[in-house]
Design a protein around this ligand. Structure first.
Ligand code: NAD
Length: 542
């Protein structure tokens, strides 16, 4: 045991080891004499962070603490959550991914699975931890569609690590029960593949039946090694993400945050707007600008919500949607539509008189009550588009969700000015409050961190066999119910500073839904049971 405890990130306390512990583990002389509290340690970490100018360097410094002392890492970030979440997660995580091959530090807790060698998968997963039954959450990525920055091969492991850190920070998932996994399927990012420091397979991506066979091998191996784990799929390419989700939805307890998490998050935001606009969700006309992974996930989840409200079939619910992609309004004469887009395609004959590539023309004709942006096209919601929308709807719901801020379809301050404070806004990136004619408007952020950690915790606590649409619905309602909209200018979503409270409510709602749906292995889950499952970053006696 000698010295080893200092290298175990789950047991290490550094200068906080007591004299008795120092004696017990033969640490005498290996630490300065002062025994510090975790608060003093946090003080030092924060002081060092404040002197680091660049976000990426701050991330690297925090990661060095992650590797050596997990408790201190989480305690520090939890204390300064609003300030440090963007350092360990979006937007800084994008830079971390892009530099991961140049800044590689071996981590003891990440798993790299070679998709070209399925026969090695089970052994690699078994090597990942001593006690596989303990593992409750796998975040798995093949790195093809990272956060709008594209294909980054095995560098994508950083997104899995970041996503899991948020599970712990936001919902108290015990870090020892989490495992980040990179599926190395090659990369079509030629520059990265040929970089002398790249660490993944220097091959083009696996495709077609070979890719599917490799995913199948992985799922079966992982199911066998980690029978209690939830499979969270993250940042797979657009073509593969929904197919994998549909194929394995009933085979393993699985979830895709880009599709389902985003969809449920936007349902939460949409429900909040309807409380102010007084237009029920099933009476809305919705334009979704950008019909990719997020856009389709949003349409699916909102339509599911509408079907629940009206008890009408999908064919009726889909009439509310007008999906617009890079070739304009999605119509049934288009030949290159994804499966998701096809479901919402409009009859081309109904729009022959219209320039369907012009958002302004579409807004004039459709008179939408809700406009959602998931295109990554900066400034697409122009002043004339927004003014036109406000002409037809008293309180237009406008959600420019594209990240980062520079890619957003509109700025919140412009939306407030152009609509004279009437727009009901939710953005994808954090946005400062907007002052307009003596009124402060707080802007809610559709941050997936408000939803998926609680969903994961609820799934783990209820030991659900799968994550059902109803569980996602209840998660969305639980987020939406956290906001108090009684004062003018209130944010439509809860702030990051109260993430843990929000996640606890989401987890409880998800548990109840899982029980009701008959997919939970545990019954009669109380609020106290959820609280008791929450891991907190405090030093335990060793
Ligand atoms: P994606 O690449 O799958 O989808 C983007 C879609 O926009 C594609 O279908 C593309 O063809 C379309 N598009 C491109 N140019 C267009 C144009 N001129 N007009 C209309 N459509 C156009 O990416 P994604 O994962 O769906 O993410 C899209 C955006 O949504 C990103 O900026 C991402 O940051 C953001 N997002 C936000 C949240 C959130 O706020 N919680 C969650 C997920 C994604």
């Amino acid at each position: 045991m000698k010295n080893k405890i200092l290298q175990n990130p789950y047991l290490n306390k550094g200068t906080a080891f007591t004299y008795a512990e120092r004696q017990k583990y033969e640490l005498d002389g290996l630490l300065p004499s002062e025994v510090e509290s975790i608060d003093t340690q946090i003080l030092r970490v924060k002081e060092i962070l404040d002197n680091i100018p660049e976000a990426l360097e701050k991330n690297y410094y925090l990661t060095s603490i992650y590797r050596t002392n997990r408790t201190l890492y989480f305690a520090t970030i939890q204390k300064y959550l609003t300030e440090l979440l963007p350092i360990i997660y979006t937007p800084t995580i994008g830079d971390v991914v892009m530099n991961a091959h140049k800044h590689f530090e071996p981590s003891t807790d990440a798993v790299y699975i070679n998709a070209f060698r399925p026969e090695t998968m089970k052994r690699k997963l078994q090597n990942a931890c001593e006690n596989p039954e303990k593992i409750k959450m796998l975040v798995i990525t093949d790195g093809e569609g990272i956060l709008g920055i594209g294909d980054w091969g095995v560098n994508g492991i950083q997104i899995a690590i970041g996503k899991l850190a948020v599970y712990t920070l936001a919902a108290g998932l015990d870090p020892e029960t989490c495992l980040p996994i990179a599926l190395d399927c090659g990369t079509n990012n030629k520059e990265l593949r040929e970089h002398p420091l790249y660490l993944g397979e220097r091959k083009e991506r696996l495709t077609g039946v070979e890719y599917d066979a490799s995913i199948e091998s992985f799922i079966q191996s992982a199911k066998e090694v980690f029978p209690e784990a939830v499979f969270h799929f993250e940042d797979f390419g657009r073509e593969n993400a929904s197919r994998i989700l549909e194929t394995y939805r009933d085979q393993v307890c699985s979830f895709n945050d880009d599709i389902e998490g985003t969809g449920a998050m936007v349902v939460a935001a949409a429900l909040a707007t309807t409380r102010v606009s007084k237009i029920p969700l099933d009476k809305q006309r919705i334009i979704i600008f950008g019909a990719g992974t997020a856009g389709i996930g949003i349409a699916n989840q909102i339509s599911h919500e509408m079907m629940h409200i009206t008890q009408q079939p999908f064919e009726t619910a889909k009439q509310a949607f007008y999906l617009v992609d890079k070739n304009g309004l999605i119509t049934n004469d288009m030949t290159d539509l994804t499966d998701g887009q096809q479901k919402y395609a409009r009859n081309e004959e109904d729009f022959t008189q219209l320039d369907t590539t012009s958002l302004l023309e579409l807004v004039k004709a459709i008179k939408p009550t809700m406009l959602i942006g998931a295109s990554g096209v900066a400034g697409a919601f122009t002043e004339d588009v927004v003014r036109e929308m406000a002409n037809n709807t008293i309180r237009p719901a406008i959600l420019p969700l594209s990240n980062p801020t520079k890619l957003a379809e509109a700025k919140a301050s412009d939306l407030i000015t152009w609509t004279k404070g009437k727009a009901l806004i939710v953005t994808g990136s954090p946005t400062s409050p907007v002052e307009y004619e003596g009124q402060t408007y707080e802007i809610g952020q559709a941050n997936n961190a408000l939803l998926y950690p609680g969903l994961g915790l609820g799934t783990v606590v209820s030991r659900a066999q799968k994550i059902t649409s109803q569980m996602l619905r209840e998660a969305a309602h639980a987020v939406s119910n956290q906001v108090n909209l009684t004062h003018k200018g209130a944010a439509l979503l809860p702030p990051v500073s109260t993430l843990l409270e929000t996640s606890t409510q989401v987890a409880y709602a998800v548990c109840q839904a899982a029980i009701k749906e008959g997919v939970a292995k545990t019954e009669n889950i109380t609020q106290e049971d959820v609280q008791a499952a929450i891991w907190t970053p405090v030093y335990k006696e060793v």
